[in-house]
Design a protein around this ligand. Structure first.
Ligand code: ADP
Length: 262
């Protein structure tokens, strides 16, 4: 296995127009097979960081390296290549799925837009594999998003994200719109998708952006804590949770009283 990180953020900074920095001096690396949790309160800079990691905005300072190459949001060809490698799942499974398209078309979308597959049968086979991986039945392809529950819709969104065989899955608060028992099942699914490929040359690595520390503890081997745009702590999840160094991390932990300790 290569020792080069899958993704590396070097001294990232970002400022919105006429505002102080939303991110400053943010550096971290994502290693293959090591899920990363990004936590912080509302306004800490999580969404801004995610936008930079998706190539939707250009950092004001610093850079993001993907397999050693600087991510350039202005380079459409490079961005398409990057998209095949980094896919995302968002918070709201109601607004993220087009209600007029059946699930077969929704899940196939990245294969078409990234020009990875053109043959109908090849597309259908990959869609079926993705649906199977997320625990949806094969006949889901003919149905529409409104026929599914919130948890099932998030499974559809996850199937769409994994269909191009990405190396990184960026999950932005993927369970906060769901009820508690469904949350656990979706976190379990994300853990399973990562671990199934653990040890293979191309494991899927999950980056979970969340204010929910118990989800991070359940899924992520490493975590970093953002406060007002800066990383105040990062390391092994078990260590950070057992021995938080920073007062902000302790406050965050205190607000989650039933967190399982490792
Ligand atoms: P989080 O996702 O952790 O809640 P954000 O990345 O959304 O944090 O926000 C980080 C900071 O950037 C906040 O101070 C927020 O007010 C500011 N911010 C976010 N989006 C914009 C925007 N479009 N224009 C100006 N300021 C913004």
């Amino acid at each position: 296995m290569s020792t080069q990180p899958l993704l590396e953020a070097q001294d990232l900074g970002y400022s919105y127009r006429n505002r102080g920095p939303a991110l400053a001096d943010v550096s971290f690396a994502i290693d293959a097979g090591v899920n990363l949790g990004i936590v912080g309160e509302s306004g800490a800079g999580k969404t801004t960081l995610l936008r930079l990691m998706l190539g939707l905005a250009r950092p004001s300072t610093g850079r993001i390296l993907s397999n050693g190459i600087t991510l350039d949001p202005g380079n459409r060809t490079a961005l398409r290549e990057y998209r095949r490698f980094t896919q995302a799942v968002f918070q709201d499974p109601y607004s993220s799925l087009d209600p007029r398209q059946n699930v077969g078309r929704i899940v196939a979308e990245p294969l078409r837009s990234l020009r990875l597959e053109t043959g109908r049968e090849a597309i259908a086979a990959r869609v079926q594999r993705a649906l199977d991986a997320v625990g949806l039945s094969p006949d889901a392809t003919e149905r529409y998003p409104h026929e599914f529950s919130g948890g099932q819709r998030q499974r559809i969104a996850i199937a769409r994200a994994i269909v191009p065989n990405p190396r990184i899955l960026l999950a932005d608060e993927p369970v906060s719109a769901l009820d508690v028992s469904t949350r656990v099942r979706i976190i379990d699914l994300l853990a399973e998708l990562g671990h199934k490929h653990a040890g293979s040359p191309d494991p899927l690595t999950v980056v979970l952006v969340s204010h929910d520390l118990s989800a991070v503890a359940a899924l992520c081997e490493r975590m970093l804590v953002l406060e007002r745009g800066r990383i105040v702590e990062q390391g092994d999840t078990g260590t950070v949770i057992a021995h938080p160094d920073h007062p902000y991390t302790r406050r965050l932990l205190d607000s989650v009283p039933r967190l399982p300790r490792r």
